[in-house]
Design a protein around this ligand. Structure first.
Ligand SMILES: O=C(CO)[C@H](O)COP(=O)(O)O
Length: 161
């Protein structure tokens, strides 16, 4: 049976066009059961760290499985989402990195740069990304667990958020 996904989408002003394009694609994708849009929308100008963190919190709390976030480069969204405990976010602008972000790194958040790649590539990467699912039996699992241990150690040292 095909895996289905509950997703979050978000962007700042610089990523709004792609966020809306991607949200439209996701709403018509049979693999997607829910799409939560955390903005920006309309005349809203929320900066990327607030949007990235809001989306990541929804994922960390288990209210969605994954998030796609768009800003000018994707970088600010990835940095912001990664500040939320339990979330692994990355920018990926090619098929192989998109695949490995899930299969090697168990990233739940994909970030894209509207100023970096064209809209058709962005849409294709998101379509491909939904085909990948992390295998907890794979040799990559132990490495992701080491990342999680780094995060726990940081929390215990007083850096928890
Ligand atoms: O790309 C961004 C952050 O990584 C954002 O869309 C633009 O940020 P700015 O260059 O600081 O305006």
């Amino acid at each position: 049976m095909t895996r289905t996904w509950r997703l979050v989408v978000g962007s700042d002003d610089a990523g709004l066009e792609y966020k809306d394009l991607i949200a439209g694609d996701l709403q018509g994708d049979p693999r997607v059961t829910a799409v939560v849009d955390v903005g920006v929308n309309g005349d809203e100008h929320t900066p990327y760290p607030d949007i990235g963190a809001a989306a990541a919190r929804i994922v960390a709390e288990g209210r969605a499985d994954r998030a796609v976030l768009v800003c000018g480069t994707g970088i600010g969204m990835a940095i912001s989402a990664n500040k939320v405990a339990g979330v692994r976010a990355t920018t990926a602008h090619d098929s192989y990195s998109t695949e490995r972000s899930v299969l090697s790194n168990d990233c739940q958040v994909l970030t894209l740069g509207q100023r970096v790649i064209g809209p058709e590539l962005a849409r294709r990467l998101v379509r491909e990304w939904l085909d990948y699912e992390f295998d907890p039996e794979s040799p990559s699992h132990a490495k992701v667990e080491r990342i999680n241990a780094l995060e726990s150690a940081r929390g215990e040292a007083g850096g928890a958020r």
